[in-house]
Every structure is written in C-alpha cells, then in structure tokens.
Design a protein. Sequence first.
Length: 213
Amino acid sequence: MGDTRERLMDAAISALKRQGISGVSARSIAGEIGANQALVFYHFKTVEGLLAAAALRETGLRLERYRERFAEVRSLRELLTVGQELHARELAEGNVALLGQFLAGATGYPQLAEVSAEALRLWTAEIEAVLDRLFVGHPLAEFLDLAGLARAVTAGFVGLELYEGVDPAGAAGAFGALDQLGLLVEVVDGLGPVVSRAVRATVRRQVRNNGAE
C-alpha cells in the first residue's frame, strides 16, 4: 500500500510539472503510472488530498537535502549564497515551476492552501534556526525580529523564484542586492568592539526616538 501511495505522489508531481494545476485530474495522474484512477480516491479520498500529500512530501525531501548545507552556514552572506545555490538547483530540476503550480492551486483548493502555508513555515523554521545561530552576540541582535526576518527571507526567495520566470535580469539584480546586504553585515561585524558598541548605541537611540514619535 505504501508503495502505491508513493507512486501516486510521484505521478502527481510529474503531472503537475508537465500539465500544470489546471490539467491535473485523477485520470491524468493515474495515467502517469498506468494505474486505475480509483486508486487516487482509495488512498487520498480526493485529488486535492493527493496533491496536498505530495506537496508536504516534496517539502520534506528538499529540507532533508539542504539541512546539512544550512548547518554549515557561518554568515548572513553565506546563507544568501546557499539560497541562490538552492534556487539554481531547484530551477534546473523543474521545482521552481512546480512551486508556482502549487501556489496557483492554493487559490482554488483550500487543503492545498493549508499545506502550501505549512511548507513555507517549514522552510522558515529552518532559516530562523540559522539566523538565531548567526546573530548570537551580534551587536544588532536585540533590534532584530529574527522570526520576522526568516519569514521575509522565505517570502523573498519564493518571490524571486517566480520573478525570474518573467524577468531574469531583474531577479539577478535582486540577488545581487541581497549579496550586498550580506556584505554590509560582514563589514559591520569586522569593525571591532568599539565601533560595534557605537553602532548599537546609535541604533538603540534611533529606535527609542522612533518609538517616541
């Protein structure tokens, strides 16, 4: 039974990549593996249920693939570099287009919307863990909402993955700007304790002034 479920999820992913969300049906999915479409309903109740299960499985597989690489990250700039490497690999394997199909399907399939949100939360949790580690003792740590920053990084890369499909040059420019941001953080890190204290004091004063407005 488990093997049939796995094969159906593989078939759903294949059908999504080739036909898009609008062309996917129990018949088209089962046809990918020469199976009876009744198996879709037997194992997953609905096509939406099958797509949702496939989306979560794919997320888990990708997280497992990149978890070790995330653990090796030692700077924000390196995290952004890993993000670009991840993007290039996912693009080459057709997974960027797959992500677009899942997000498109989320507007019409409530269950798919739920698991798409869960998939994004799983990626965000991985990134937040890296940020928590990177900013321990950092002069700006007390001013950063690392959970919010992790969500912003996730949202930014999802957006850039879709953006590249219509404007590759613009996406390349955005990746370049993120790299410059990482470089700027590295420069601040290398300024030494005296300057770091001055930066912290300046930011604290600005935050306090903004709060008083």
